[in-house]
Design a binder for this molecule. Structure first.
Ligand SMILES: NC(=O)c1ccc[n+]([C@@H]2O[C@H](COP(=O)([O-])OP(=O)(O)OC[C@H]3O[C@@H](n4cnc5c(N)ncnc54)[C@H](O)[C@@H]3O)[C@@H](O)[C@H]2O)c1
Length: 328
């Protein structure tokens, strides 16, 4: 019998894609989501698919409902904890609830996993590397954050606290925890509403509006297709050596935001032009952005024998096509 998988934040971008993968592998999947940034649209096709009728269960509620969580964690085989306040813009708009969700929410999940001795994956982020600008970034690298007057660092600090808590459970109670640091993960179903760059640029390009690039556009990132991220999660949850470890999951191709915008204009045959907007006009005046964020994925590869390799052109073509199809 395959494990019953509980996915917190399962109506979100990564969660809904992961739920679909686990269902296709034959697992029973239960998701819990309060729809704060997730959407029923992301999972409707799974609910309507006759193949998954008795294997896909949805609870619309918060992970802070301990009675509901007690039942869900108690009856599953493993937990993938993705529910969180996500994205720099969302964090800046909701500073207090974001910290509560990310720290106390994760503590609830870990406490229940410990009670029922369930293996759990904790979703962290490349943001925890803070001001570290070396490339590539390794899991053992030191970390420096900006000061606490700069609210954007609260996302990184809260996710780092999740890592410490998960590692502490593992060290003190041998709870099987796997911690992943996602670098920018992209793909169909991601919304640009909360500041995610690729869906925002693509929506602007498809409407032939100016593409608004923050700063001077020289900052670089890598992007990973959500399909590959989900494959990595599934393999890591089956890998005994990943227990008690922190693992980067990220893409290979470094690109500046200016080049990214130009590629999107070209691939979508858009007449959009680039407009550079200073950070202080988008965020508060003390906002800081990182010039570079490139992952080392050697540890991931040594654990599961694969690392994300879909190139940016293919990723962009896939997302542009899905945006066009959905707009019809
Ligand atoms: N997408 C990325 O590039 C990226 C990068 C780094 C880290 N992450 C992490 O991956 C995870 C998933 O992110 P995503 O990109 O799918 O974002 P998302 O916003 O689509 O998913 C998060 C989900 O959690 C749900 N949620 C939030 N608070 C909740 C609560 N209290 N109870 C129940 N559900 C709640 C939201 O409604 C949403 O569906 C998050 O933990 C995020 O921090 C994502």
């Amino acid at each position: 019998m395959l494990d019953r998988v509980l996915i917190t934040g399962g109506a979100g971008f990564i969660g809904s894609n992961l739920a679909e993968k686990y269902l296709n592998l034959g697992h029973e999947v239960h998701i819990i989501d309060n729809l704060s940034t997730g959407s029923l649209k992301n999972i409707r096709h799974l609910q309507e698919d006759a193949k998954f009728k008795d294997r896909f269960h949805v609870t619309i509620d918060t992970i802070f409902n301990e009675e509901v969580m007690l039942e869900l964690v108690g009856t599953c085989g493993m937990v993938i904890h993705l529910a969180a306040a996500v994205g720099v813009k969302f964090i800046l708009d909701n500073p207090l609830s974001s910290i509560t969700t990310n720290i106390m929410g994760t503590e609830i999940v870990l406490n229940l996993c410990n009670k029922f001795r369930k293996k759990v994956l904790i979703a962290s982020t490349s943001e925890v590397y803070g001001k570290q600008s070396k490339a590539p970034l390794e899991e053992t690298d030191d970390i420096t954050f900006g000061n606490s007057g700069k609210a954007r660092w609260s996302y990184a600090a809260s996710k780092l606290m999740d890592e410490f808590t998960a590692l502490a459970y593992h060290r003190t109670t041998k709870l099987p925890t796997v911690i992943v640091r996602f670098f920018n993960t992209v793909g169909p179903k991601q919304t640009g509403e909360y500041g995610m760059v690729i869906p925002r640029f693509i929506q602007q390009a498809l409407r032939d509006e100016d593409i608004t690039v923050h700063g001077d556009g020289s900052q670089t990132r890598t992007f990973t297709h959500v399909n590959e991220v989900c494959d990595c999660i599934i393999k890591l949850m089956k890998c005994p050596e990943a227990v008690g470890e922190v693992v980067n999951i990220g893409g290979v191709e470094e690109v500046s935001m200016k080049t990214l915008a130009e590629k999107i204009i070209e691939k979508s045959n858009s007449t959009s032009k680039l407009t550079m907007i200073p950070y202080e006009k988008v965020y508060s005046k003390d906002f800081e952005d990182m010039p570079r964020r490139v992952p080392c994925t050697d540890k991931l590869h040594s654990l599961i024998g694969m690392r994300p390799q879909i190139l940016l052109d293919e990723i962009l073509e896939d997302i542009i096509e899905k945006f066009r199809t959905n707009a019809k």
